[in-house]
Design a protein. Sequence first.
Length: 128
Amino acid sequence: MTDDQLFERGLQRRREVLGGEYVDANLSESDDFLMAFQRAVTEVAWGWAWSRPGLDDKTRSMINLAMLTALGRFEELGIYVKGALRSGVSVQEIQEVLLHTVAYCGTPAGRQAFLAAHRTLVAEGALE
C-alpha cells in the first residue's frame, strides 16, 4: 500500500471515529509544517493501527481512554471521549474505564480524566 493509500484509508477511519468536522478542522488549520504531523498520525494511527482487524472500534476507544489517562494527556481526552461515544462506548463503560485507571494511574490522573470526560459528556448531551 502506498503512503497516499494509507493516508486515504486513515482519513476515512479518522473521520468515522472522531467525526468529519473535527478532522477537517485539524487539516484545514495545518500549514505545510503541521501537515507533516497530520499525515503521520493519519497514516500510522488511523490508516494502520485503527484499520487492523484484531479489535473493534469500541475496544480501541476504551484502550485510548486508558492510555491517554496514563500519559496525562487530558487535553486530548475529550475528543477521544467523543470518539468513544461514536464507537458505541456507553457513559457507564467510560466511567468504568476511568475508574480502572484510578487504580493503575493514581487519583490525580483519574480526577483530571474524569473532569475532561465530564466536560465532553455534558457538551455532547450524554449527561445532564
